[in-house]
Design a protein around this ligand. Structure first.
Ligand SMILES: [Zn+2]
Length: 431
């Protein structure tokens, strides 16, 4: 009886959590010209809507609209003659469905503290404890490093994986991170899978022998905890901009020192608020410090996001790095490797410059990475069964392992190509 009561209270707690999304809708917006796209963009900005993707001619955009703003948003679209469809009438129902599916999968999970399974989405505490466990179990290759602490004081810890304890300066470094945008849950399996294949189930030994790895699974721990406890669609960190929870958070992927503040929001209430200055946030400082500490041999940086099935490279203002041709080529090779093993119903990856493929953005992590590493990318993993228009950020439990597996196929190609380029450059310099 007592168990039943606790169980019911848990269910009620879960239901209450998603109450804030009661009546929220997802709109698909279609524009027929660049100008119309700009018009829609401005209105979405003014209403502080959560834009999941910008509408451009030929590719509809998606935007989450709170119940109280639906009328005014639809009025604008009708007045401006913009085509639209309501894709999800009540977002809360979708969130409850995700909870239910993930809970069912977790109930059957074979995870243990020494092996995190790919049948559930692990919490911050589980991931953090797992890093220690790995360091204890594999002391010759794994070190846990405390990079810093989040706004709320949580440890931001990453793994160093190396057969030479990072002492061999001739080895290239590959650095990857996930969950800087904390609602993009499906990105966590990608970094956990990489750890699994580099430490526990090593089937391609050249990857550990020839490369030093840094893997930061939860780059935004406060936000990630918040997406589990309060708001599934939270994107930013948990900076209290006005001292309270109203308009909290900084978009960490607009907070890096690369064109900072040129294509992001000055308004703390916006989902793309860039903060009070470059690296104003402790979370982005951790990533910066890792990049800086290894800049001499950083061959590849990967910032894992979702959704959209894309591999994007700098810069967010549309300008290109000097080695853009190689960056594009390696991007295509990574995408092809993923496409070879992806689920058939998911679309092929798109590869290109951030602004050309997605939208203009400043202060991004992979843009900053490109300043110091020859190869730097943002991955956008696929949405739920590729229904990007329906449930972009939600996780299909059946896709968790596949997300890890297929993304690793791309990462391996990128790591090997970047490592080869690094060795070639070193050989030339020694001549
Ligand atoms: Zn993201």
């Amino acid at each position: 009886m007592k168990f039943l009561l606790i169980f019911s209270l848990c269910i009620l707690g879960v239901l209450a959590k998603h109450e804030i999304y009661e009546g929220h809708a997802v709109y698909e917006v279609e524009v027929n010209s660049i100008d119309q796209g700009k018009l829609v963009h401005d209105v979405e900005d003014n209403l502080f809507l959560d834009v999941w993707s910008d509408a451009v001619p030929g590719r509809p955009g998606q935007v989450l609209v709170p119940k109280v703003q639906r009328e005014v948003f639809e009025h604008f679209l009708n007045e401006a003659g913009v085509q639209y469809k309501v894709q999800v009438e009540n977002v809360r129902e979708q969130l409850e469905l995700e909870d239910q599916l993930l809970a069912e999968a977790a109930a059957k999970s074979n995870s243990s503290s020494s092996r995190l399974g790919f049948d559930k989405i692990h919490t911050f505490a589980e991931v953090d404890a797992y890093l220690d466990q790995l360091a204890r179990q594999y002391p010759n290759v794994v070190t846990v490093v405390l990079g810093g602490r989040s706004i709320e004081g949580r440890p931001i810890r990453y793994l160093r994986i190396s057969t030479t304890n990072f002492q061999d300066a001739r080895k290239p470094v590959v650095f990857m991170q996930s969950l800087i945008h904390c609602r993009e849950w499906v990105t966590l399996p990608a970094t956990l899978y990489a750890i699994h294949k580099l430490v526990i189930d090593v089937t391609e030994s050249d990857l550990v022998r020839d490369i030093d790895w840094i893997i930061l699974p939860v780059a935004n721990p406060d936000g990630y905890v918040f997406t589990h406890s309060n708001d599934r669609y939270w994107r930013k960190n948990r900076r209290l901009n006005f001292g309270g929870t109203v308009c909290a958070g900084v978009d960490l992927n607009r907070n890096f020192d690369m064109n900072w503040g040129t294509a992001s929001s000055t308004n703390p209430c916006s989902d793309t608020f860039h903060g009070t200055g470059p690296f104003s946030e402790p979370e982005t400082a951790v990533t910066r410090n890792i990049i800086q500490a290894h800049r001499n041999r950083l061959a590849l940086f990967l910032d894992i996001h979702s959704f959209g099935s894309m591999i994007l490279y700098g810069f967010g203002d549309g300008s290109l790095p000097s080695n853009a041709l190689q960056v594009n080529l390696v991007g295509v090779q990574m995408a092809q490797a993923i496409d070879r093993v992806k689920w058939p119903q998911n679309r092929n990856y798109i590869v290109g410059n951030i602004m050309n493929v997605l939208y203009a953005a400043s202060g991004g992590a992979s843009d900053y990475g490109q300043l110091f590493a020859p190869y730097s990318y943002t991955y956008e993993l696929p949405a739920w069964r590729n229904n990007s228009w329906l449930q972009g950020f939600l996780v299909d439990p059946e896709f968790i392992e596949q997300a890890g597996f297929e993304t690793w196929e791309g990462i391996k190609v990128g790591a090997r190509r970047a490592a080869a380029a690094f060795r070639q450059r070193n050989a030339v310099e020694r001549k």
